[in-house]
Design a protein around this ligand. Structure first.
Ligand SMILES: Cc1ncc(COP(=O)(O)O)c(C=O)c1O
Length: 344
């Protein structure tokens, strides 16, 4: 579908995709008479169990939220006291795209660590942890990483395992922003548990993967997140009709639909990236999940923008982001490549 100026939003974000028919079917299925509210319904329980099973985390707690931003805020704010510190990468969504929400709700400082496309070196952690104890410094408590990253990269299994082990050795909890966790799992062809290492809390994206709305929070180590249900309620994310979020998760976890939709998005991104490279364009990051970052000269970008809405993460750079989704068609990719080719 195009935006008001007629430009296509096919690659603007995975949020521009329509809801998957299975999500709509799931809503219809649970739309049957009264059910307990605020998560007391059987569908919420079943969806929580399905998520725990998928992530091999039988002792986890599961909460649901309407958006990925809310899920991140709930997870992070429950982990810290106002004098503590949240660490994240320099491109983290929690840092640059949530309007300061995690800081406002938690009261804690958010500190950026240098990264390679959102992949943080474990060596960055010890110097921060060494500042602990001094009353003049915010006290590092949790590090947030994103899988797949904001720049479309994936943490490989050994890499995330090493990072999480290093964080834990430095007394830091680990939060995984999994707005696109399914894309990472599908790309790596590993189990969901392997894709998050031994992280303490993970947000599981639903909206970007084809749901109408809904992201989950899987708390693998609930003892470190006391009060998380109160944070969820305080910020208005305890849905009274939670069954409609939960039902979509059930539908997506069934038969691995969540991984099939993600794998399709990844395949489309690879095709798009390969096609751009074949046109002589330079990719700014390797295509590892469902996003493509390409360098477009300003005149090409401006001309392209008349036909397609695409995000420029940093207006001072020439990098443009294309995102593929469960609904991206081969013909969408071909059309975008033809448009680009005509402009070069
Ligand atoms: C990595 C990442 N985390 C979290 C979010 C937040 O999702 P929402 O827009 O549903 O709040 C996004 C959305 O773009 C994202 O890209």
């Amino acid at each position: 579908m195009a935006n008001v100026s007629g430009a296509s939003t096919a690659f603007a974000s995975d949020n521009t995709a329509p809801a998957h028919p299975k999500a709509l079917e799931a809503l219809q299925r649970v739309n049957d008479g009264p059910a307990p509210s605020y998560g007391g319904d059987p569908v919420s329980e079943q969806a929580a169990d399905a998520l725990k099973e998928a992530f091999d985390a039988p002792n986890a707690e599961v909460l649901f939220a309407f958006t990925g931003t809310a899920a991140n805020i709930i997870a992070l704010a429950a982990a810290v006291q106002p004098w503590q510190e949240i660490l994240c990468s320099d491109v983290a969504h929690v840092l640059v795209d949530e309007a300061g929400g995690p800081v406002r709700v938690s009261g804690a400082q958010l500190t950026r660590l240098p990264s390679d496309d959102g992949l943080i070196s474990p060596d960055e952690l010890s110097p921060r942890a060494a500042r602990r104890g001094d009353v003049h410094n915010s006290q590092p408590r949790i590090v947030s990483i994103t899988q797949s990253t904001e720049n479309g990269r994936v943490w490989t299994t050994p890499r995330i395992a090493e990072f999480v082990a290093h964080a834990h050795a430095n007394d830091l909890l680990v939060h995984v922003d999994g707005a696109r966790i399914a894309n990472a799992i599908a790309a790596l062809d590993v189990s969901p548990a392997e894709a998050i290492g031994s992280a303490d809390v993970v947000t599981v994206g639903g909206t970007k993967n084809g749901m109408l709305f809904g992201d989950a929070i899987l708390v693998r180590n609930p003892e470190y997140f006391a009060g998380i249900h109160f944070v969820q309620k305080q910020i208005g994310q305890l849905a009274s009709k939670q069954r409609y979020i939960a039902a979509q998760f059930m539908a997506f976890l069934e038969d691995d639909l969540w991984l099939r939709t993600a794998a399709h998005a990844n395949t489309m991104a690879r095709k798009l990236g390969d096609g751009m490279a074949a046109l002589g364009l330079k990719l700014a990051s390797p295509v590892e999940a469902n996003e493509v970052f390409v360098i477009l000269a300003p005149d090409i970008r401006r001309a392209f923008a008349h036909r397609y809405v695409v995000h420029q993460p940093d207006p001072t750079e020439q990098v443009v982001r294309f995102v593929c989704s469960w609904s991206t068609l081969d013909s969408d990719v071909d059309a975008a490549l033809t448009t680009l080719s005509g402009l070069l």
